[in-house]
Design a protein around this ligand. Structure first.
Ligand SMILES: [Zn+2]
Length: 401
């Protein structure tokens, strides 16, 4: 074999090795379109917020409209919480995208280094073999057949060289593209983090504003009387409806089982939240700051903030999962005819009416919606249609001093 052919063969072999190094691009786990989808959701939330703002602006400072205002503020807060979790998802998607791009960049850089090494070796080989000029190879031909042989060899070498150079260029382009996308993802992630901070502080002030609205209402007795009457009326209407629904449900369930309505076992409740800190007990009380009923029909459990999970105190069927002026977002579970538990003022609900829940199942997240001056869980137990003191069953509590 002539030296020329050897070099050509060696180069082809290197090109094959080189191609083997060029692994296919990994399928992207995260793409910009994931972030674009999140941004689309965010813009939906922005229009929801604008609609609520318009409604809020249309309400007067008339005390009769304060509870309506509170309801709208509660809804606005819920949207704000969704916005925050959206931006948090954006930030975590950016983080995934950034680390993925960094890995791809490192991979491209390694391939570029290998390709560059191949290129250098090719140049050194040409120098050692004295084939720096293709033309010098051709000039050394003894006869026409030899020239044709040499021409073939030169073509092979030129093709192989060109492939090495093309791949090197392609890798360099890939690297600069990855660097540019990395830079823009990092800038976008920073912007999202700034956005998150401002949204969190907006949420903070919205929550303060919502709580103050109820506190201010309690400051002037004359002005609050109408609001209290309205709330008490609403509460009574709710109670009546709960008892009707609970009995009807028990009858339906009994009919489905071909039996009669039997009295469900009483008791057997667990704490609906991890906190056992009771800020307001059952029965008569001085309404602390707010306009809560002076004859409190449940217990208030504090130290729960806005993010504590609320659990079903006992297994049963959800008969109410909605919003009202007084209870805010609330859930009622029926445990048998006339036996229910009620969970009030939650930020969000995790269940809907008609669902059966086991004891301990998550039904919502604590909050301060409705007639509430700060985050707490209002918890009621009704037995045989009458609200009883929940502390009869819930033990190991601490009373707020
Ligand atoms: Zn309460």
């Amino acid at each position: 074999m002539r030296p020329m052919k050897r070099i050509a063969a060696a180069l082809m072999a290197l090109a094959v090795i080189c191609t083997a190094v060029l692994l296919p691009q990994p399928v992207s786990a995260v793409t910009q379109s994931d972030i674009d989808a999140l941004k689309g959701d965010a813009s939906d939330l922005t229009s929801q917020k604008k609609a609520l703002e318009a409604k809020l602006a249309s309400l007067s400072d008339d005390k009769a409209e304060v509870m309506k205002k509170k309801e709208l503020l509660d809804q606005q807060i819920a949207v704000q919480v969704k916005e925050i979790s959206n931006v948090e998802s954006q930030i975590s998607t950016y983080a995934d995208l950034i680390s993925q791009t960094q890995a791809e960049l490192a991979d491209a850089q390694a391939r570029e280094a290998a390709q560059y090494e191949l290129f250098c070796r090719r140049v050194r080989a040409m120098e050692e073999e004295g084939t720096v000029s293709y033309w010098s190879v051709l000039f050394k031909a003894d006869n026409f057949t030899d020239l044709l042989d040499r021409l073939d060899a030169v073509n092979e070498i030129m093709d192989a060289d060109q492939a090495v150079i093309d791949q090197l260029k392609a890798l360099q382009n890939e690297i600069s593209e990855k660097e540019a996308s990395l830079k823009s993802s990092k800038a976008d992630a920073e912007a999202a983090k700034t956005d998150l901070e401002s949204k969190k502080s907006a949420l903070d002030s919205q929550r303060k504003q919502a709580n103050q609205l109820i506190q201010q209402l309690g400051a002037n007795e004359d002005e609050t009387e109408a609001a209290i009457d309205g709330l008490a009326e609403e509460e009574e209407a709710i109670q009546k409806r709960i008892q009707e629904m609970s009995r009807k449900l028990a009858e339906e369930q009994a009919a489905a089982n071909g039996g009669q309505v039997s009295n469900a076992a009483l008791g057997g409740y667990i704490w609906p939240v991890d906190s056992h800190y009771v800020t307001s007990t059952f029965g008569g009380r001085a309404s602390p700051g707010g306009i809560g009923s002076t004859n409190h029909k449940g217990v208030d459990i504090g130290r729960v903030g806005y993010t504590t999970t609320v659990h079903a105190a006992k297994a049963g069927t959800i008969i109410v999962a909605q919003r009202s002026s007084s209870y805010g977002n609330y859930v009622v579970i029926s445990h048998g005819s006339g036996n229910t538990t009620l969970y009030g003022h939650m930020s969000s609900l995790k269940v809907s009416a008609g669902t059966y829940v086991n004891q301990g199942d998550a039904i919502g997240i604590t909050g301060s919606t409705g007639n509430s001056t700060g985050p707490h869980l209002h918890f009621e137990i009704s037995e045989n249609g009458v609200r009883i003191n929940p502390l009869k069953y819930l033990t190991g509590y601490t009373l707020a001093g």
